[in-house]
Design a protein around this ligand. Structure first.
Ligand code: ACO
Length: 423
């Protein structure tokens, strides 16, 4: 490839290695460069250089924290962090939150386009049908202590489920199990999709019930995906239990806006784990573990803990001062990608407002509002462009401190002390 001049722009990068004087052309495709191109840039080690650098074997690309490295190009989600834009397959998240459902959006993400009415009916039926779990898995979940963290239960339960489905395991069925592209291989893949989505809420409800000391409930017939989830968490033997439609819709919107977020930590973990051709249940278990951390999905738990520790609105100024002195972190604020606003946080806020209409407000919410107001006005947060992320308001629609009851009221749990959640 010739040297580019000002008059002949080419889609490539010219790199001169000053150690050797050699010049290399690196192609630019989709505004990115292949890290492997740097392998060709070899040099003699400088005097005293670490042997481990293996300088003669080519240059390495270092990107601690994956701050500017993509392992794959997302065909699914588009994020503009500066403008606060999030789209799934071209559809703005706000439109989907308003007009779609979690399962319809899941179909869109997985298969690439919105389903027809009939396709959606079949997909919903398959997912709900696969919600039931083998009774041995109930024993497995029951074996956790009452105060086990629900994400520890969920992570383990997904991995455990993998042991049931030998037909879904490339170690047992051959490495091309999911890549043949024939109808049988696609059918196996579809079945794992139904199972994973269908059983996710059943396992999550079981994790919740372990903490509540309640018996498990078999997934009901005739309810929506989130209605069934609420039933499995909340049903205490009442006849004709019906989940409150406002809570049902709120949960559905929460699921929908969390369904994908490009190559975040958990999605990257699933891809990396899956790249070894492990079974899909183990890959999802790995993703769950990544999501669990307080800098990622665990941030909404960190928000509750933070709000409980602040206690009441009067204590907010002192907390803000502690954050500015770096003694504390304002959980639920800041985002690696969104630097103006997280569009999902507006959707959650609006959804939470609907929930408050039936549940009323409490001191934690008043504290959150005071915290939000104080942070948005404070120079420390303005200068660093720190705004609420999806996790800040997410804790309110249905959080672990409350039990959603069938009449729509959230009843405060008695087993959680006011000064902190069980550890
Ligand atoms: N509270 C106080 N200060 C903060 C916060 C925060 N929540 N977030 C960032 N900062 C400060 C940093 O200390 C840093 O200050 P400095 O420049 O004076 O050193 C500056 O803002 C930039 O911070 P970075 O760490 O470079 O920001 P980055 O974009 O890398 O971090 C992250 C993003 C990890 C999400 C961070 O904002 C954070 O820890 N937030 C709290 C945890 C949280 O809410 N996570 C959920 C993310 S959403 C999700 O995963 C679903």
């Amino acid at each position: 490839m010739g040297q580019p001049t000002d008059s002949t722009p080419t889609n490539s990068l010219t790199v001169r290695d000053n150690r050797t004087g050699k010049v290399y052309d690196v192609p630019i495709v989709d505004n990115s460069i292949p890290a492997t191109a740097f392998k060709a840039m070899k040099a003699k080690p400088a005097p005293g250089e670490r042997e481990e650098n293996e300088t003669e074997r080519g240059l390495r690309v270092s990107d601690r924290g994956f701050l500017n490295t993509a392992v794959i190009q997302s065909q699914i989600t588009y994020i503009d962090g500066e403008a606060g834009v999030l789209r799934y397959r071209g559809y703005p998240i706000e439109q989907l939150a308003l007009h779609s459902s979690h399962l319809e959006t899941a179909y869109l993400l997985i298969y690439g386009s919105l389903p027809s009415a009939n396709q959606l009916k079949v997909f919903e039926a398959e997912v709900l049908h696969h919600g039931v779990i083998h009774s041995d898995a109930e024993l497995f979940c029951r074996s956790f202590r009452y105060d086990a963290h629900p994400m520890a239960i969920l992570t383990s339960a997904f991995a455990y489920l993998g042991s049931y489905y030998g037909e879904a395991n490339p170690s047992l069925q051959g490495q091309s199990l999911y890549t043949k592209g024939d109808p049988a291989s696609l059918a196996i893949m579809d079945k794992q999709i139904y199972r994973l989505i269908g059983k996710a809420t059943t396992l999550a409800a079981m994790a919740y019930r372990v903490r509540q000391g309640r018996d498990f409930v078999t997934p009901p017939n005739g309810l929506s995906y989130t209605g069934s989830f609420l039933y499995q968490m909340d049903h205490l033997g009442e006849e004709n239990y019906t989940p409150n439609p406002v809570l049902e819709k709120a949960l559905d919107v929460l699921f929908l806006i969390h369904a994908d977020h490009e190559l975040n930590a958990s999605a990257t973990t699933v891809l990396q784990t899956g790249s070894s051709l492990v079974d899909p249940y183990s890959a999802i278990a790995a993703g769950c573990a990544s999501l669990y951390g307080p800098l990622h999905g665990g941030a909404n738990e960190a928000v509750i803990r933070m709000l409980i520790s602040i206690g009441k609105p009067e204590n907010v100024p002192a907390f803000i001062e502690a954050v500015k002195k770096r003694e504390k972190v304002l959980s639920g604020f800041g985002h690696r990608v969104y630097k103006t606003s997280d569009p999902r946080s507006f959707i959650v806020r609006k959804t939470a407002d609907e929930v408050f209409k039936i549940t009323g407000k409490d001191e934690l919410l008043e504290t959150a509002m005071a915290l939000h107001e104080a942070a948005m006005k404070d120079e420390y947060f303005i200068k660093r462009r720190l705004a609420p992320n999806v996790d800040f308001w997410c804790v309110f629609p249905v959080h672990d401190r409350f039990e959603p009851r069938s009449n729509g009221n959230l009843q405060e749990r008695s087993d959680i002390p006011r000064d902190g959640l069980p550890t």
